[in-house]
Design a protein around this ligand. Structure first.
Ligand code: 0X9
Ligand code: ZN
Length: 308
């Protein structure tokens, strides 16, 4: 552990080795997990952070890099994971005590490797669908409202929803893992880039869920605190209203299936100057401001609810 630095982007092997090191060096609280597998036979590695306690805890799930080219998302996930283990900040320490944390930095490892080795702008999985076209969009492939808008039935499209829901090995296997812990989840947080948005379910409709106002208000205050440190401006809102209609997203499936109270999709930095090619010297400020917002979200949620 340590030595990761967050001054440059890392390959899948480097990230996975780092996760393995964490599980070794913090064997009292970090457990290495295989959240699923891919069509090319890779594992989706993640960790569970669990501080031993007598009472069962609610869990927080952080999913990143389901889109291959969005490298700052896995960097942010590993940064936050590291902070949960080493930070002296009382509020971060409280968060790690209060909840179990499931963190999966690279949920589309085949696509991520392809983005590193062959095509930096690759987004999808790498399942072969025709002679020329590979991959389905793993954030259009989940069963809730699958192919009900903002998704394509064309294998060559970047938003190809797949031939059926959960056609992709990575989404199918990860959904089974999430199924096994779904009822424990208090929060599902999905990191994407870019656009600087904090998005609320759902992607198929502009109508609002029953806890929308609460989660919107919490989000607005969270981005206010995020903005205070580096001046990064965020927009908060429902997916369909704020970015575009998009169906078959992971968060939507989790929210609908388990009623997870806290469900946010982040679109991290920037707003397009660099886009997916965010310079590595922005990893630390991006991750730092994101953690500030996450602290704010849980602080506000706990203020509003008696149960942690
Ligand atoms: O289109 C997407 O999947 C996301 N934007 S991105 O530029 N990173 O591709 C938006 C996520 C929409 N999320 C859900 N419908 N849950
Ligand atoms: Zn994305």
């Amino acid at each position: 552990a340590g030595g990761f630095g967050w001054t440059n982007y890392h390959t899948l092997d480097e990230i996975n080795d780092w996760l393995k090191d964490l599980a070794f060096n913090y064997d009292d609280k970090v457990q290495l997990l295989v959240g699923g597998t891919t069509s090319q036979g890779r594992d989706i590695l993640g960790v569970k952070i669990h501080i031993p306690s007598n009472e069962p805890k609610k869990a927080v799930f952080i999913e990143a890099n389901i889109h291959a080219r969005e490298w700052v998302t896995s960097a942010t996930a590993t940064y936050i994971l590291n902070e949960l283990l080493v930070s002296q900040d009382w509020e971060v320490r409280q968060l790690v005590e209060l909840y179990d944390w499931y963190i999966f930095p690279v949920t589309n490892p085949d696509g991520f490797v392809h983005s590193h080795n062959s095509n930096r702008m690759w987004r999808k999985t790498r399942t072969r669908y025709s002679t020329l076209c590979f991959g389905a969009d793993p954030n259009r492939n989940w069963p809730y409202q699958w192919m009900q808008g903002g998704a394509s039935n064309q294998p060559c499209s970047d938003t190809y929803a797949g031939p059926n829901a959960l056609s992709e090995a990575c989404t199918d296997s990860l959904s089974q893992f999430i199924d096994s812990i779904g009822d424990d989840l208090i929060a599902y947080i999905s990191f994407h880039s870019y656009s600087q948005m904090l998005l609320l379910p759902y992607g198929h409709t502009t109508s609002h869920l029953s806890n929308y106002k609460e989660m919107y208000d919490i989000g607005v205050q969270a981005v206010r605190e995020l903005e205070a440190k580096y001046g990064t401006r965020y927009v908060v809102g429902n997916i369909a209203e704020t970015i575009y209609v998009a169906t078959g997203g992971s968060m939507d499936w989790v929210k609908h299936k388990f009623g997870t109270p806290i469900a946010y999709t982040y679109e991290l930095r920037d707003t397009g100057t660099n886009g997916f090619l965010l310079p590595a010297n922005q990893i630390i400020p991006t991750a730092d401001e994101t953690l500030i917002s996450i602290k704010s979200i849980f602080r506000q949620y706990r203020e509003r609810h008696s149960d942690p």
